[in-house]
Structures are given as C-alpha cells and as structure tokens.
Design a protein around this ligand. Structure first.
Ligand SMILES: Cc1cc2nc3c(=O)[nH]c(=O)nc-3n(C[C@H](O)[C@H](O)[C@H](O)COP(=O)(O)OP(=O)(O)OC[C@H]3O[C@@H](n4cnc5c(N)ncnc54)[C@H](O)[C@@H]3O)c2cc1C
Length: 392
C-alpha cells in the first residue's frame, strides 16, 4: 500500500488530498494530511473584514470538516523533510512516505521589518492586515479614525495575492468617502517597484482609477523600518513617509521546515532558496521525483493566489497519479492566476492571467463584486476545497 503524505491543509493541500482520495482506490493508497492548525482559514476575507464586508465567524472551518472521508488528518508541526530517507519530521513524531505533496504556504514575517511588530503590539495605528487578528483590530480602529494620512505598504519579498494591498488601498479610500471624511484623508500606497500592478492591461486601468480618485502611489519606496513613536516609515533609500493609520503588508518567506531543514528548496537563484524547486509546468520536484509542490510554497513564477493553487492541484493530482503508474506526466500548469481587484464597495475588476498573457478584460463591474463576495466563498468552501471543480 502506497503512503501519500500531504503537507499543509490550506488551499493547495486540502484540494490535492481530496482529489487524490477520490481518484485512488483506498486499498492502493493511504493519504495523510498534516497541518499545525486544526482550522482552515479563508484568507481572501482579510482585506474585507476591516470594512465589515465579511464577518469573522464565516472565515474558518475545522480541517476535519473539509477533508474527504478516507483522508487521515494529523495535527502536527512539520519541522523538516528528508527526501533521501523519505521521511517528514514533526515536532514530536516522524512520518514515512512513498509520495509527498508539499503545500505549506508562505511564512508571514512582520518581525523582519524593524518596528513593525512594535507598532502593531504597542500602538493603535499599525495593522499588518495579512494576519487575521490585525485585520480585526483594524476594523475597530477604523471606526475611530477621523482623518490624517492612511498608508499601505508592499514589501520587496514575494507576497501572496499581490492584489491585496491594492484592494486594501482602494476599499479604504472608498470607505473614507462613505464615512464623509475623504477630504480629511490622504491615501498613499508605497512599493519598491515602479508599477502599481505588474500585469497589463490591469495596470493601466488601475492607474486611471487611482488618478481619478486622488490615491497617491509612491513607487521606488521599500520600507526598511517603522518608527511607531514618530509615526513614520523609512525607505531603504533614506526617504520617509508619515502616517496616522498604517496597514502594511508584512514581508513573506518560505517555511523554515523546508528552507532550514530540508534540501527541497536548494538550487533556486531567483527566490534565494526560499521556495520548493519544482518544474514550473509539471510541479514535480527538480531533484526528488516522488515530491510535488504547489501553492505559495512552490517556486513557480506565477502570482501566488488561491486561484493558482486551485489550478495547480489538478496538475499535481494528474501527474502524481501518472508517476505512480509509471506513465508520462502530461498535465501542465500554465501559470494561471486570478485576482478580483475590488475597486470600491459594489465594484470589482478581475485580473486573470497566466505565464504568457492576460485573459480577462480590464473592466470594473457590479457583477464582479457579487461574484467575489457572494458567490466565490460558497464555491470555495463547498466545492473547490473538497476537490470538486466544475471548471478545472
Ligand atoms: C490578505 C490576503 C488576501 C488574499 N486574497 C486572495 C484573493 O483574493 N484571491 C486568491 O486567489 N488568493 C488570495 N490570497 C492568497 C491565498 O490565500 C493563498 O495564495 C493560498 O491560501 C495559498 O494556498 P497554499 O495551500 O499554498 O497555502 P495556505 O492556504 O496558506 O496553507 C498553508 C497551510 O500550511 C500550514 N502550515 C504552515 N507551516 C506549517 C508547518 N511547519 N507544519 C504544519 N503545517 C504548517 C498552515 O497552517 C496552512 O494551513 C490572499 C491571501 C491573503 C493573506
């Protein structure tokens, strides 16, 4: 009987394990999924919670509720992987595998920017909203905010959902309009790069929207330090930006269990060894053929999103099954990612693209908002996570 171990019960891991369970006969393969948390979180809600556009109690499910019967859930912290011995180290256990699927996501690291954690913990003006708790604290603080400079910043590390800081900026600007305080607020987003969004034609459309709505974009500004006492952020080039309310995206890295305690991330220049090195089309590890990786943890050069992990799950499942049966791997991931860019309450533009080209038109519509807020979460919880995907 083959042992398949899936690391991480987030989007990529849960989907892959559930799809594999339905594909493979239970007398041929045992599937175990490991996560340190017993809860799966719907992370795309984190830029909506501060404005009350989604509610916290709807954003979590028990992992055991999400998994198909026949997938064993093991709660435990992965501390390392030895792909030569084919073992996974846990904080207090060890697992052997025949095939491994890695989907441990990104590590959020607010502490990597001096002053960011202190600002969050010790003041009422810094909210790294990629953490659920910060998003909820921001919700409370926004009710007391009556004017000043509102700043969002983007770090120079890869981040999950590159659109999230843009959505936070635009939704905040619109929220201030609705609160009747827009004339008293300067809205600013800083970023190391010189483009508000990397992919055309969405970039041009966003530039138009930001210009119309007087949102300032400070490109070439990578935050090096936060001074929470003076309410100032410093850039690597010695520039400064004052804030009264600050919603930074924290720096993000690979998981230490993989970067420090496995060879799975070695040999990757572009990402500095932070991510699991896989073939960008087959998602099979470049050195260890029994290992596949997907989602934010992989070094594929796509936009890290749940939408991408969803597409990748199909490829991993197809190729892993082929590999197990000694057939050629024919499934190819083409870099698909999608990001619903919520431009204001009731309006959104979907940026959908792959390695080669943009797919959707750069159009703001009410239908896009309804799809993202009212329809997608239900698909996410009731179909995709369970491995049912009518539009693979
Ligand atoms: C604010 C925000 C907004 C977003 N908006 C969107 C959006 O609009 N659209 C979109 O498509 N995507 C969005 N995303 C991105 C999306 O949530 C991620 O890309 C997606 O969750 C990646 O899936 P994954 O399986 O790679 O990682 P995750 O879903 O993060 O899962 C990783 C899992 O690994 C577990 N884990 C980590 N380390 C260990 C360890 N050492 N031991 C055991 N378990 C461990 C974690 O507990 C977690 O369950 C957003 C993310 C954030 C934070």
């Amino acid at each position: 009987m083959d042992q398949i171990v899936v690391l991480g019960a987030g989007v990529g891991g849960a989907m892959s394990a559930n799809m594999l369970r339905r594909r493979l006969d239970s007398s041929d393969a045992e599937i175990t999924i490991v996560d340190k948390s017993t809860q799966h979180a719907y992370q795309p809600s984190y830029y909506l919670l501060p404005f009350g556009y989604m509610e916290p109690e709807d954003q979590f499910r028990d992992v055991s509720e999400v998994m198909q019967s026949g997938v064993e859930f093991l709660q435990g912290e992965v501390t390392g992987v030895d792909p030569d011995a084919k073992t996974v180290q846990l904080a207090d256990d060890e697992l052997s595998y025949d095939y491994l699927v890695v989907s441990l996501g990104h590590r959020l690291a607010a502490e990597a920017t001096p002053g960011m954690m202190e600002g969050w913990e010790d003041t009422d003006s810094v909210f790294p909203f990629y953490y659920f708790d910060a998003a909820m604290e921001m919700r409370e603080a926004l009710q007391d905010f009556d004017g000043g400079t509102f700043v969002v910043s983007v770090p120079d590390t890869p981040i999950k959902c590159g659109g999230a800081p843009l959505k936070m900026t635009m939704l905040a600007e619109d929220y201030f309009q609705r609160q009747g305080i827009r004339d008293d607020v300067d809205v600013v987003m800083t970023k190391g790069g010189d483009a508000v969004f990397g992919v055309s034609p969405y970039r041009e459309k966003l530039e138009e929207i930001w210009s119309d709505r007087d949102i300032e974009f400070r490109g070439g500004f990578t935050v090096s330090e936060v001074d929470p006492d003076e309410q100032v952020i410093h850039s690597e080039d010695g520039e400064t930006q004052e804030y009264d309310f600050y919603a930074p995206v924290p720096p993000q890295y690979g998981q230490p269990a993989l970067t420090d305690n496995s060879p799975l991330t070695e040999g990757d220049d572009e990402y500095d060894g932070e991510y699991v090195t896989v073939d960008k089309h087959t998602l099979q590890h470049t050195e260890y053929e029994d290992v596949f990786a997907l989602g934010d943890a992989g070094n594929t050069p796509n936009a890290k999103t749940a939408a991408a992990a969803r597409k990748q799950a199909h490829v991993v499942v197809d190729n892993l099954e082929s590999h197990m049966e000694g057939r050629p791997q024919t499934a190819k991931y083409k870099g698909y990612a999608a990001c619903p860019l919520l431009t204001k309450k009731g309006k959104a533009m979907v940026a959908e693209f792959d390695y080669e080209e943009s797919i959707s038109a750069p159009v703001e519509s009410r239908m896009n908002w309804i799809m993202d807020i009212n329809i997608l979460p239900s698909f996410y919880w009731n179909a995709w996570l369970h491995g049912y995907d009518p539009l693979p």
